[in-house]
Write a new protein. Structure first.
Lengths: 415, 87
């Protein structure tokens, strides 16, 4: 046995270090389907508690939608449970290709390739299409999965200040001698809920001959008038060279992701992207559910419209109550508390009040930027939001932060 | 050849312009840049390139570590070591 006591102690010390640093994550067990009302066991062994979920990526409320569940059930009956193969051996069904075609149409691109997750799409795409003659220029706040994809790629790296177009232009000039340039951004930044000016970015990329990559995981299905994503919001559909997105959030919330964009890039991913080549693709049952999601979204914008109204209502309520929020107009509404311990205490007190919303702090967000990230859903009704707002106000009063500025909160609790 | 003070001032000026956002707090020459979350490992590349171009030096990857780049003072020492040809 190689797992000797010293080896065990080594790992126990690693875990203890996470606990002492206050960054040890404890999972909460949900004993119901995902939705606005959930039943949670926390801490483990405690009695189940009914709470309002204010922190899911279930933006359109489709995670437990009856039509999606029925479609998944039909998919299970007609296409089976698993494929027991990667795509290029015997793991491709007609519905996999159908979903790729439907996503191409939905996103307004040239072609699409499915991945087991968007994490895998981001991890695989750069290595498949770039080498050391090229450069990747990324926004400093892109998602961790993109950071991993960049790490796995031999191309040169640089970054620009978050959503700062002057700084991006400096970097494009600086790297104009490289063979290929790719500018990399999120469509909606998951921690701040803001969107970069994609129209300006697309124009800059055109001016300097760079490709533009956008991760639309927190926007596909609801940003833009018909929910196509950030590129629709900024009027640049067809101008984004590479889009990655997920089926694990608004689009049903199960799992899976894709790369969508220029057909040569998609084909290179099919030939070379390692997470695609060496892993089974999305299970038939999930593919069937996502196809139904796309049917629903193509018929009506009712869900994204309701989500937009919910987000505006929630943001207005919190602002009037005197909380400090990050500016934005997406369903991600961060309530800024700045101090890490305050964020954790606030989250715990909200839970006691029947509201499930998690505190985020360094290293997930920069030091001194701790917050409660709230996320809206089309599954929320006004009574959910009113109850959640009352709880936020009660806890906010307890800590004396209502109506206080950032500087005043920092003076009270530190960074 | 710049003095230590001149190198330190040049590095501090570059770090502020390249990495700080408008609403960031001020930094000094001992502020932890990488372990303090101000500069990430990808963004460090542009700092290395700035130093190499300005001081006509080559900093090998095994010397351009997050520890060596963790404050303006540490970066200044690193630059002076290479400028003096001590490596």
């Amino acid at each position: 046995m190689a797992f000797t006591n010293p080896v065990r102690e080594h790992y126990q010390k690693d875990l203890d270090a996470l606990r002492s640093a206050g960054i040890f994550k404890v999972e909460r067990y949900i004993h119901s389907a995902q939705g606005a009302d959930i039943e949670v066991e926390f801490p483990a062994g405690a009695a189940h508690k009914k709470v309002i979920n204010m922190c899911a990526n279930n933006y359109l409320g489709l995670s437990s939608h009856p039509d999606v569940i029925q479609a998944a059930r039909t998919g299970l009956d007609t296409r089976g449970y698993g494929m027991s193969s990667v795509r290029f051996i015997c793991g491709t069904q007609d519905i996999h290709r159908e979903l790729e075609r439907r996503m191409t149409e939905f996103l307004g691109t040239e072609d699409t390739i499915l991945f087991p997750s968007c994490m895998d799409a981001n991890a695989g795409v750069f290595e498949a299409i770039l080498d050391d003659s090229d450069v990747m220029i990324s926004d400093r706040l892109v998602h961790a999965s993109i950071v991993d994809g960049i790490r796995l790629c031999k191309a040169q790296r640089d970054t620009f200040k978050h959503a700062n177009m002057e700084h991006l232009e400096e970097k494009l000039k600086l790297h104009s001698d490289k063979r290929l340039m790719v500018v990399i951004t999120d469509g909606v930044f998951s921690m701040d809920g803001d969107t970069p000016p994609l129209d300006t970015m697309a124009a800059l990329c055109e001016k300097y001959g760079a490709m533009l990559f956008v991760d639309e995981s927190h926007s596909s299905g609801f940003i833009g008038k018909t929910g196509r994503g950030t590129h629709e919001k900024y009027g640049v559909v067809g101008k984004i060279d590479i889009i990655t997105t997920t089926f694990g959030k608004a689009l049903g919330g199960a799992s899976g992701g894709c790369v969508s964009g220029r057909k040569e890039i998609v084909e290179l991913c099919r030939q070379k992207a390692r997470p695609y080549l060496f892993s089974n693709t999305i299970a038939p049952v999930v593919v069937s559910g996502v196809l139904r999601v796309l049917d629903l979204l193509s018929k009506s914008t009712e869900l994204r419209d309701k989500l937009e109204k919910n987000a505006a209502y929630w943001r207005k309520g919190l602002t009037e109550a005197g909380f400090v929020l990050k500016n934005g107009d997406t369903p991600i509404v961060p309530v800024m508390l700045f101090n890490a311990k305050l964020a954790q205490d606030f989250s715990r007190d909200l839970f006691d009040e029947g509201i499930y919303a998690i505190g985020f702090f360094f290293p997930v967000v920069p030091k001194g930027q701790a917050r409660i990230r709230t996320q809206l859903s089309a599954a929320h009704e006004t009574h959910h939001l009113d109850k959640a707002l009352a709880a936020f106000i009660k806890v906010g009063k307890k800590y004396g932060i209502l109506g206080k500025t950032k500087e005043e909160i920092v003076a009270m609790y530190g960074l | 050849m710049e003095t230590t003070e001149e190198v330190r001032a040049a590095v501090l000026k570059y770090v502020k312009a390249e990495y700080l956002e408008d609403d960031d707090q001020e930094i000094d020459c001992d502020t932890a840049l990488i372990s303090g979350g101000i500069v990430d490992s990808f963004s460090m590349v542009s700092l290395k390139r700035f130093l190499e171009n300005r001081y006509k030096i080559q900093i090998p990857d095994d010397k351009a570590t997050p520890e060596a780049f963790d404050s303006v003072n540490k970066i200044t020492s690193l630059v002076e070591t290479f400028v003096a040809g001590k490596v």
